[in-house]
Design a protein around this ligand. Structure first.
Ligand code: G6P
Length: 438
């Protein structure tokens, strides 16, 4: 007889895994867990061993009976699961460093999830995610696939439209926004409600509530502490004029779209100062983290993990899992099939919206026309995403170029062609769908 949920984590050797295990332990009363299986590729085996040992010490410290095992056999690890969490990175941080630096050669922003960097990551990642989906289909699995792997919007859309499995895309930005508001207003996180809409890393809190009262204007005019940013995003204030003009609280990633010149200048200055791109800095943070993880006295998630941008992603993952597992309805912001939530986007588009999560999965709660102030940007980026998913699935270079031309962070068609050439050239081995074209 099962004594709790069975969870598989793909990319289990990630330095983020202790964050997830911490979340599982914090929510154990709501959702007992019987087994956690970490899966990685052989290159990640040593990191996975270190992370697994720390995770077992954390479980023991909290007095829980959870079996935590590791394997390199991904397909075997997908059998008899309630949840599968994707948190892997195809090509590792080295590939991320290339994604961030190729666009910068041609004057474009270098970021791993938006712009041309997100495009490159999607081309590498979508085929692997669809292989996992095929395995789950062949196994007749009833598991929910919770996807954190970036670019979450395009990966989720590929899963929804090119597989039959049950998938939900997750991100930690909305919960960080909610937490920042709760802290600034001195209330509990679950007393803050948000009507949320858009695409992953391109989304907005249109209305914000505290204990059911609409406080949107107060939040927009509040101290900037309420306007959260993450460890990995430049902390530039939105400014009263911008917030007054749009009347919504933007996801921190809008800084790349709206403060593009300044962000690019900062990125270039970092490169000139020898600081490298974010990937290079994350490599250094990771090296420190893995040293810390190996201390046998460490039995909890170390505070240094907050240097990564993924803070509190475990809260999102475990809240979604427990709402589904216990069929206990909960409102959360997730990436799901649009349906009729945002009528100006396609029915089968993946969108990031407030949703009701329960044993049946996630259904959008938010619906309505998008405000004109942001509708065009969202539609344009969705066109880019549609084309990118198609290019990732088919390996068609024309569609890939059309995708890049549609990205607002790619300055010209000439630059798009050069970036595409470099991405295809420098990702050899990771893009078999293109390489087969000859
Ligand atoms: C944020 C984003 C995640 C992203 C992370 C990167 O949390 O929401 O999608 O993966 O930042 O953080 P890193 O520390 O890897 O730069």
């Amino acid at each position: 007889m099962n004594t709790g949920a069975r969870i598989t984590v793909i990319g289990g050797g990630s330095s983020y895994t202790p964050e997830l295990v911490d979340g599982i332990l914090n929510h154990y009363e709501e959702m007992p867990v019987e087994q956690i299986t970490l899966v990685d590729i052989s290159d990640g085996a040593e990191k996975m061993r270190i992370v697994a040992e720390l995770s077992r010490r954390m479980i023991e410290q909290r007095g829980r009976k959870i079996t935590l095992d590791t394997t390199l056999d991904r397909r075997a690890a997908l059998k008899d699961r309630d949840f599968v969490c994707n948190q892997f990175r195809v090509g590792g941080l080295k590939a991320r460093a290339r994604d961030e630096s190729i666009p910068m050669r041609y004057g474009a922003i270098g970021q791993e999830t938006v712009g041309a960097g997100g495009f490159a990551k999607a081309l590498r990642t979508i085929p692997v995610v669809l292989e996992i989906a095929r395995d789950l289909e062949e196994l007749g699995s009833k598991a929910w696939l919770l996807n954190f792997t970036n670019p979450a919007s395009m990966v989720t859309q590929a899963l929804l439209n090119h597989s039959n499995i049950r998938a939900i895309g997750l991100c930690n930005v909305p919960i960080n926004m909610q937490m920042a508001i709760a802290q600034a207003f001195g209330v509990q996180v679950d007393e803050v409600g948000m009507d949320f809409f858009g695409l992953n890393h391109l989304s907005f809190a249109r209305h914000i509530y505290i204990k059911g009262r609409d406080v949107t204007r107060e939040v927009l005019h509040a101290t900037t502490d309420a306007h959260q940013t993450l460890a990995n995003i430049p902390a530039k204030e939105w400014g009263d004029d911008l917030l007054q003009a749009i009347q919504m609280l933007p996801n921190s990633y809008l800084r790349y779209y709206w403060f593009g010149d300044e962000t690019y200048r900062q990125q270039t200055a970092d490169l000139d100062a020898g600081k490298g791109t974010r990937a290079i800095r994350v490599m250094a943070i990771e090296a420190e983290l893995f040293k810390t993880y190996q201390n046998p006295e460490l039995k909890e998630k170390p505070p240094e993990l907050q240097k990564r941008g993924g803070a509190y992603y475990s809260e999102v993952a475990v809240s979604v899992m427990s709402a589904i597992y216990a069929n206990r309805p909960r409102e959360m912001v997730v990436n799901i099939r649009n349906g009729h939530a945002l009528p100006e986007l396609a029915i089968d588009a993946a969108v990031e919206v407030s949703a009701l999560i329960d044993g049946r999965g996630a259904r959008p709660l938010y619906s309505g026309l998008m405000p004109n102030a942001v509708r065009g940007l969202i539609q344009q980026v969705k066109a880019f995403e549609d084309l990118t998913v198609e290019a990732a699935v088919t390996g068609d270079r024309d569609i890939a170029l059309a995708a890049l031309i549609n990205n607002p962070l790619v300055p010209s068609t000439d630059v798009a062609a050069k970036i595409l050439r470099d991405i295809l050239r420098e990702n050899s081995g990771y893009l078999p769908q293109f390489e087969l074209e000859g």
